[in-house]
Design a protein around this ligand. Structure first.
Ligand SMILES: [Zn+2]
Length: 378
């Protein structure tokens, strides 16, 4: 091991950092867990470790704001170390896997013991997502009936108060509109953000304020006639344009049921782009069709976003949405030393949506090196 000014230098990569408008071959230097320099000609002999990124893309560590990494706490949880961090996501937000009754187990056994930087949205339902158990398993309707929920706002607020350092907001998922009203009330009382699923539209949007997040933007599930982004004629419901104007954030949340190519194509044609790209990685989506952040990002390259736009929606923008602008999602000196090195494969890659419909994508991103707080973790 060499002694030097830097802990890690990433040499000669194509640095794409939309937070600073950088898209150029440069070196990135990290010291004591922080970014210290982004420029050409950093002296690598002054670094303990050197990553040769020639021909690679170097971005701020990816920020995935919709995952389920409550590994071994709830059945849908995946191991964040292998399926988030190793795939390029240095920061993730667990989107409501646990509620006030089981959040502390998630914190103690996963959040506090992971190298992945994990934040959480607490589920408005006290038990979180335990109904995501095993396929075909029947739970009592008291728990799983679509409109019957265990909700304890006081208990939820108390857990938020005691875990402000990691809980960023409240998640509403899976169940009826009554839940979104109570989630709105709790988010207002706690002064935190609300993430809601894109169901029961346009009703759900009425409860969303500036900075709140609608996830599963391009799902194709019809619960009612006009359930998500599009109406029965394939037109974007007008309430989405109004919501965008008042600052509601549109998030991808790919998952196992929530990304349809035709919905994304029609939505983007009509001007509804995602503010943030996220995977909704969980037990049923990690092995496809979502896989990981680089694969989900690649789908948006195919849909016509530029590489800079895709990187921005996966770094600087999600960091800002979760109130961490300047700390993560950027290679600005002083920010956390989180860097993802990506390889762009070129060829013909059939990427599937949640119904098995494919598109031949010409570009596929893969994470090849991940640095978190100045430590080369993969
Ligand atoms: Zn989810």
């Amino acid at each position: 091991m060499k002694m030097g000014r830097y802990d890690v230098v990433i040499k000669n990569g194509m640095v794409i950092d939309p937070s600073q408008g950088i898209h150029e071959v440069k070196d990135v230097a990290i010291s004591e867990g922080k970014i210290v320099d982004v420029r050409k000609g950093v002296n690598a002999s002054e670094s303990k470790y050197v990553i040769d990124a020639d021909g690679m893309i170097v971005t701020p560590g990816l920020v995935d704001i919709h995952v389920h990494c409550c590994y071994k706490i709830a059945h849908l949880g995946v191991d964040p170390e292998l399926l988030c961090l190793a795939k390029g996501s240095t920061t993730v937000v667990d989107a409501g896997s646990t509620g006030e009754l089981n959040f502390m187990g998630f914190r103690r056994y996963v959040i506090d013991n992971s190298r992945t930087r994990i934040f959480a949205l607490i589920n408005i339902e006290s038990q979180g997502m335990i109904e995501y158990a095993r396929a075909n398993q029947k739970w009592p309707s008291l728990i799983t009936g679509r409109d019957e929920m265990f909700i304890n706002i006081e208990g939820t607020l108390e857990v938020i108060r005691r875990n402000r350092d990691v809980i960023l907001g409240i998640k509403w998922a899976h169940h009826g509109l009554e839940g979104v009203k109570l989630a709105r009330k709790a988010a207002d009382e706690a002064g935190c953000l609300l993430m809601a699923e894109n169901h029961h539209q346009p009703e759900t949007l009425k409860y969303m304020k500036k900075g709140d997040i609608i996830t599963h933007l391009y799902h194709g599930i019809k619960i009612e006639q006009h359930d998500g982004l599009l109406d029965a004629d394939g037109k974007v419901q007008p309430e989405f344009f109004k919501a965008a104007k008042r600052g509601v954030i549109f998030d991808v949340g790919h998952g196992a049921r929530s990304f349809r190519w035709p919905v994304a194509e029609k939505g983007m044609e009509q001007g509804i782009r995602p503010h943030t790209i996220s995977t909704d990685i969980h037990a049923e989506s990690f092995n496809g069709p979502a896989y990981d952040m680089p694969t989900t990002m690649s789908k948006f390259l195919h849909l016509g976003l530029s590489l800079e736009e895709v990187v921005e929606a996966s770094t600087a923008r999600p960091a800002e949405v979760i109130g961490k602008k300047g700390e993560i999602g950027t290679l600005r000196p002083g920010a956390c030393g989180d860097v993802t090195v990506l390889k762009m494969l070129e060829g013909k890659f059939p990427l599937l949506d949640v119904e098995g419909e494919g598109r031949i994508c010409k570009k596929l991103l893969k994470a090849v090196r991940v640095v978190r707080n100045g430590e080369i973790v993969y």
